[in-house]
Design a protein around this ligand. Structure first.
Ligand code: SAH
Ligand code: SF4
Ligand code: F3S
Length: 468
């Protein structure tokens, strides 16, 4: 089936789903409310915007609370605590559904790609109405129709796909910034990670489709975009006419109206010299690079199948610090990978001290069924994990604090994202390097890029004032 006809098919289902939702609205005497709750990463956040686009089109009113007529959990399974949160909240949804029998509940996202999860839901969470996975999210309108037509739990999970369906409706969370998928899936198979199993093989979108989407976003008022992929540095390798990520960035830079470009996530093994040059020369690429380290011990990196050594990582980080000194570098680190000793953690700490990360997300290793690391017999005891984790966290916080105050006193540009949650006389803006500034302002500032003087650094954010 060609892409065009799949898209057209889905638009027919949107029309059909509208009729079901209209009928429900008549019964309720009001427009039905729908809630999409997102767990996990930026990819899931973007997927939720796609789900929201369809829901809006078929007549639901989107709300932030789960006290709604239809609740969808877009799930994550990267660590076990993400799964536990979903199960916990499902119990709460069940109690709501008992009071509101017309209520519908759907589950989608990465967790649903796991057989064990589906078995558990079929057994213990019979009240769920619809389950689908990551590969068939484009047929959400069709699945909605099936759900309305069925009294049983509807389950549709695909093992993988090579299909990319373009141009379905999207409802953005922010009017002024947007994520854009440039690729799907992952081929890296880091030995601890479940993502390649639940998101499938790496597929890059056609650059023309990406640029067209960005042009449309710019025309719609978007000034900041984030290019999304599990490993953006390997973008384009599988295209019919291969293209590098650096080349794609050059094309994106040309789109008028787009002022800021971000991307997530870079894998150190594929970070090219060409990319460093493009970042250095660019007027639009933000001064923030997320470069996951995972471990500073070459032995552990090898067992993790990361395909770089401690020295190679340090060389890349030092090169970036030298070529682009104002570039913030952030990272992800896992503590407690099978076989990791406190001596390995010391090596990680050494890297943290040398790179001086602007921010680092530290995770305790979580065993994911089906990954090679889960079958390793040298799992680390909780005490050792805790000792290493606490030590690392302390150093991470120290180096981040050291970097954070660097811009104090300077005037920089900030994209205003929202009214401050604690104090409504302030607005919250994001600097190019991804740190936050709070400064006096009002609703009319939102979505604008403004010059702000950074008066004081308070740990991980600044207070500032507008400069004309
Ligand atoms: N594609 C990205 C990461 C996606 S997952 C990359 O390669 O950098 C986000 C982060 O979750 C990872 O960087 C890793 O630090 C963490 N993570 C992944 N699997 C994990 C596991 N089994 N236990 C603990 N943390 C994990
Ligand atoms: Fe997981 Fe590694 Fe792929 Fe990142 S690159 S998603 S950590 S397998
Ligand atoms: Fe989680 Fe899936 Fe993202 S497992 S981190 S939501 S790709």
């Amino acid at each position: 089936m060609t892409q065009q006809t799949e898209k057209d098919r889905q638009f027919l289902f949107i029309e059909q789903a509208k009729e079901y939702v209209d009928k429900l609205a008549e019964q309720l005497g009001r427009r039905p409310l729908c809630n999409v709750t997102t767990f996990g990463c930026q990819m899931n956040a973007r997927d939720s915007e796609k789900l929201s686009g369809i829901l809006e089109q078929v007549g639901y009113e989107l709300v932030d609370t789960e006290d709604a007529d239809f609740v969808i959990y877009n799930t994550c399974t990267v660590r076990d605590n993400a799964n536990q949160r979903v199960y916990g909240r499902l119990g709460f949804l069940n109690s709501m559904k008992k009071k509101k029998p017309h209520m519908k509940i759907a589950l989608c996202g990465c967790m649903m790609q796991e057989d064990l999860v589906i078995e558990k839901i079929k057994k213990s969470y019979r009240f769920v109405d619809l389950i689908f996975g990551t590969h068939n999210i484009f047929k959400f309108a069709e699945l909605l129709c099936t759900m309305f037509e069925s009294d049983d739990m509807v389950i549709d999970i695909w093992k993988d796909t090579d299909q990319i369906v373009e141009d379905l409706p999207v409802e953005r969370k922010y009017s002024f910034k947007s994520g854009i998928n440039i690729m799907f899936g992952c081929n890296n198979f880091c030995s601890y990670c479940i993502v390649p199993y639940v998101r499938g093989r790496e597929r890059s979108r056609n650059p023309k489709d990406i640029i067209r989407e960005i042009e449309n976003l710019a025309a719609d008022g978007v000034v900041e975009i984030m290019l999304l992929g599990q490993n953006v540095n390997s973008y384009g390798k599988t295209l019919e006419e291969p293209m590098s990520f650096a080349q794609l960035l050059r094309e994106v830079e040309k789109v008028d109206g787009i002022e800021r470009i971000r991307f997530m996530t870079s894998h150190p093994k594929d970070l090219s010299e060409e990319l460093i040059q493009v970042m250095k020369e660019s007027k639009k690429i933000c001064r923030h690079l997320h470069l996951p380290l995972q471990s500073g011990s070459t032995r552990i990196l090898d067992a993790m199948n990361r395909r770089y050594t401690k020295e190679q990582y340090l060389a890349i980080a030092e090169k970036i610090r030298k070529e682009i000194p104002d570039m913030a570098i952030t990272t992800d680190i896992i503590v407690g990978f099978p076989g990791e000793t406190l001596a390995d953690v010391e090596e990680t700490i050494e890297v943290v001290k040398r790179v001086k990360y602007d921010n680092a997300f530290t995770f305790i290793y979580s065993k994911r069924t089906g990954t090679p690391a889960a079958a390793m017999d040298n799992q680390v005891s909780q005490e050792v994990v805790k000792e290493g984790f606490d030590k690392l966290l302390k150093i991470v916080q120290e180096t981040a604090r050291e970097r954070a105050s660097m811009l104090e006193g300077l005037t920089v540009s900030a994209l205003v994202e929202e009214i401050n949650e604690q104090d409504s006389s302030l607005v919250t803006g994001r600097l190019s390097n991804n740190t936050i500034v709070h400064f006096p302002g009002n609703q009319s500032f939102i979505g604008k890029i403004m010059n702000v003087k950074l008066k004081e650094c308070r740990g991980f954010y600044y207070t500032g004032e507008l400069v004309d």
